[in-house]
Structures are given as C-alpha cells and as structure tokens.
Unconditional design. Structure first.
Length: 275
C-alpha cells in the first residue's frame, strides 16, 4: 500500500522532497497542468521572447503588474506547513521546489532549493542588478496611477507565474520603469523561464541534498518539466526508493515504488499523524 510504503520511508529518514504546483493550489495559486491548469488557456513566455522581444516583455509587465497582487497576498497552506514540520522533525534532508511563490520558506522550510527561482526578486538583464519585487511594484504604481482600478481582474485567470490576460488597450497604456542601477527596462522576474537553464549554483545545491538522501518523495508535481523529473531518474539510478503523492498522473509514475493518487493536504495530515 502506498501509504504504508511512504510512511516507512519517512520513518527511515533522509527523504528528499520534490514539490510542485499542487502544493500551492490551496493557497489560491493555480497550477499549470491540472484539470483547470493555466496551460489550457495560456502559453507561458519563453526566455528568448523575454530577452529579445520588447513588445512581449512590455506585455508581460503590464499583465504581471496586475496579477502580482494576487500572488503577493497568498499565504502558506496546510501542505506547506506539514512539509516544513517533516523537516523540523528530522524525517527529510530538505526540499527542492519547482514553485516560484516563496511559500515553502514562509512556512518554515530551512534546507530549501527553489529550483526555478523566486517571483519576489527581479533581475536586470543588462547589468545583473537585483531588486525586490515589492519595491519595483511601488515604482510601477507611481508610474501608472489608477491603472489597477481601470482593470477588472478575475482572480481565477491569474497564472502561476503571476501574470494575467489583459486587453491590448491596457497593455498599450502601461508605463514600464527602468533598472535602478543602469536604467534599462530589460527587467525580468528572477525565475527560470521556459528555454532557460537552471543556474549552476542551484544545480550544485540540489546535488548536495540528493547526495545526503536515502529516498525521494515527490509531492504535488506532474514532473512534466525535466529539471524535476531528472531527480527521479537520478534516484532510480542510485537505487533509491521513489514515492509520489499527487492528485493526478505524473511523468514519474512508472519509476515510482509507491504512488498515492490523492489530495495533498489530507495525505500529509495522515502521514504526520502516523509518524
């Protein structure tokens, strides 16, 4: 039985957690690939578009200026807290998350690698300067008085990367601000976009955690993105047990020793209660 197998892995300790969007849906942040996932209506921007298409980048920032308010107020949910508690109790060596919402850290996760970055930081593609997203948001608000009030936002249309579909007329009236260090408007959320590589230092941090682990537990991820699925393949090659807790099928199901297809929060609650 999946429950018993996963419980045994946690009791043995040194579990590496890999988490995805399914952990954050209860915080109001939509996933990409679930039944109501945003990929059904929205194609995420690639790094190449962001870097080389000024109109696409401007459109992103107009949309993100609106959608960020929804992501910024999200709070950690029971799943984030349960996973942090597993770490606190010593059952896991750490967490590798594919999410960019920062909620694992806010829930108390300590040994954490945000594989794809954090929406709360913004990087300048011209000079490399980093700015906190809330600070940028205040500058954007000053440059766009009344913009938010003129846009009627349906929270269900906010995407996991924090943007939301806007009419072109709203995009056209939006004013972008420049980098505080060099003035360039080539600003980008400090997250890994489709077509962009995970930074080398982050890959090294993941390898360090994986090297300490005795098993792998995937929670709330379809593993469709290779950076997450690779951890499953690496664990399998190393002869380490792999377990998956997810509401639907995943790319790693065939590799998993234990597959528990169920709601994330109730599953973690049952596991914590049994430990």
């Amino acid at each position: 039985m999946a429950f018993g197998g996963i419980l045994a892995l946690l009791r043995a300790g040194r579990v590496l957690l890999v988490t995805g969007a399914g952990v954050s849906t209860d915080s109001g942040i939509p996933d990409y690939r679930g039944p109501n996932g945003s990929l059904r209506r929205h194609r995420p921007m690639t790094y190449q578009e962001f870097k080389y298409d000024p109109a696409a980048r401007h459109r992103y920032w107009a949309r993100s200026f609106v959608g960020w308010r929804h992501v910024a107020v999200a709070e950690p949910n029971a799943s984030h807290r349960a996973l942090a508690e597993l770490e606190r109790r010593g059952h896991v060596v750490g967490t590798v998350t594919q999410n960019v919402d920062g909620l694992h850290a806010r829930a108390g996760a300590r040994r954490l690698v945000a594989l794809h970055g954090d929406l709360a930081k913004v990087a300048c593609l011209s000079c490399g300067a980093i700015e906190d997203r809330p600070a940028l948001d205040r500058r954007l608000a000053q440059a766009n008085p009344g913009f938010i009030e003129r846009v009627e936002l349906d929270p269900s249309l906010v995407n996991p990367d924090g943007d939301v579909t806007l009419d072109q007329s709203h995009v056209d009236e939006f004013t972008m601000v420049g980098c505080l260090a060099c003035g360039s408007v080539e600003l980008k959320p400090d997250v890994v976009y489709f077509g962009e590589n995970v930074p080398a230092e982050r890959k090294a941090a993941v390898r360090d955690l994986a090297g300490e682990s005795a098993s792998l537990l995937v929670v709330g991820s379809s593993l469709a993105v290779m950076s997450g699925y690779k951890l499953v393949l690496d664990a399998e090659r190393a002869g380490k047990p792999v377990a998956v807790i997810n509401g639907g099928p995943t790319r790693g199901d065939a590799k998993a020793d234990f597959r528990w297809r169920t709601g994330i929060a109730p599953a973690l609650e049952h596991l914590l209660a049994a430990l």
